[in-house]
Design a protein around this ligand. Structure first.
Ligand code: SAH
Length: 375
């Protein structure tokens, strides 16, 4: 054991910290690359099996490091093939991770926090309260475990590689939590997702979704160029502040200005705006026209999300005809717009249905006002 008694978790260390670790051991930096390949390209988590390392180094790693992955407390498959895991963390909290297969595409929806402090009015995660941020390792572990589980169920039962055989083609931070309130760990995790020695995903295939923590959005832009989705959901501050309370601190205008700054570096990119369709609240033609006006000048695409109901929900989903008509208005205004297909509703795996098991330290509505949140 190291002097501190704390083992270094090799999972979740990005390339730089892995190299630094091996250099400190007096090993060449390429040892870090060898270990990363075992971990992420081959799915090997037992250092004794890393046969291109000397026996002495393997013993040393076994004595001083760990490769910690959570247990799956549950594993459910929906009638539509969507799969949801509840991963048990060391401290007794659980977070949910969802895999959504769609033709050649396989999207993994990961959690960034245990619960969520934002208290959005329509989201089940909010009702769980908030406990803590996930570490980079806990975020990466969701991808690692999902990949292992998906591979185990294929014909050859092998770890899906990071080339043509990959099953997870996209990762979205749309699970439990607000990723921009945990920006350092999220960015560290995304580095591993995008590293060739990690999961090797392109920046277009890693998407962070935010309710709009403006200062953290600027920080994100300075750290990484992953894809961005913004949960807009309303076109007036009056309604948005009710639905997404962080709007009281960062109103629509400020949020959209931050979006413009985010995109300014790379005009080829687009921001996805998520817009949940709530019957009679935000789904009128006038809302659609106002939305188009608000987004003028921002390279955008719009994702209309049919509201996923849950017991006791104070809202209703817009009828599908209304959603179609709303979309038509946006398309006529020149905005690329799609309607998100609800997936995995029968196992509560759809947007806004992720509850996990949160030992809430900050229960809903008893928490400090949103304006006190630090980005
Ligand atoms: N906190 C981040 C990411 C998590 S939510 C964010 O707000 O973007 C992922 C998406 O699901 C968000 O757009 C969120 O607003 C949406 N969502 C939440 N509850 C929902 C529900 N009941 N039905 C449909 N979408 C929902």
């Amino acid at each position: 054991m190291p002097v501190s008694g704390v083992r270094l978790n090799l999972l979740g260390q990005d390339r730089e910290s892995m190299e630094a670790f091996f250099t400190d051991l007096g090993e060449p930096a390429y040892r870090a690359h060898q270990v990363m390949k075992w971990l992420y390209h081959l799915g090997v988590r037992d250092v004794h099996c890393m046969t291109n390392l000397s026996k002495a180094l393997r013993t040393r790693l076994a004595d001083t490091t760990e490769i910690a992955v959570p247990e799956a407390a549950s594993d459910q498959v929906s009638a539509d093939g969507t799969r949801k895991w509840l991963f048990a963390l060391e401290d007794g909290n659980c977070v949910e991770t969802v895999f959504i297969p769609d033709g050649d595409r396989g999207t993994l929806c990961v959690s960034s926090q245990v619960g969520c402090p934002l208290d959005c009015a329509f989201c089940v995660t909010a009702q769980q309260g908030f406990n803590r941020n996930l570490s980079a390792a806990e975020i990466v572990a969701q991808v690692w475990l999902a990949n292992e589980r998906l591979g185990a169920d294929t014909a050859d039962g092998l770890w899906p590689g990071v080339n043509d055989s990959r099953l997870i083609t996209n990762v979205v931070f749309m699970g439990m939590g607000e990723p921009l309130l945990n920006v350092d760990n999220v960015v560290r995790a995304t580095r591993l997702l995008m590293d060739d020695l990690g999961f090797g995903l392109s920046k277009r295939r890693v998407t962070l979704s935010t309710a709009g923590v403006v200062p953290a959005l600027d920080r994100l832009a300075s750290l990484t160029d992953i894809s961005l989705a913004v949960s807009l959901h309303a076109v007036s501050d009056e309604l948005r502040s009710r639905l997404v309370p962080i709007n009281r601190k960062y109103p629509i205008r400020e949020l959209l200005e931050a979006c413009r700054r985010f995109i300014a570096k790379d005009r080829r990119r687009r921001i996805t705006f998520e817009y949940i369709m709530l019957a009679g609240l935000n789904d009128g033609d006038e809302d659609a026209r106002r939305l188009a006006r608000l987004l003028r000048g921002i390279p955008a695409k719009i994702n209309l999300i049919p509201f996923n109901p849950y017991p006791g929900a104070p809202y209703h989903a817009s009828p599908s005809r209304r959603i179609d008509e709303f979309r038509e208005v946006l398309i006529a205004a020149g905005l690329m717009t799609i309607t998100r297909k609800p997936r995995g509703q029968d196992i509560d795996a759809a947007c806004g249905q992720l509850a996990g098991r949160v030992r809430a330290r900050v229960p809903r509505r008893a928490q400090a006002p949103v304006v006190e949140l630090h980005a």
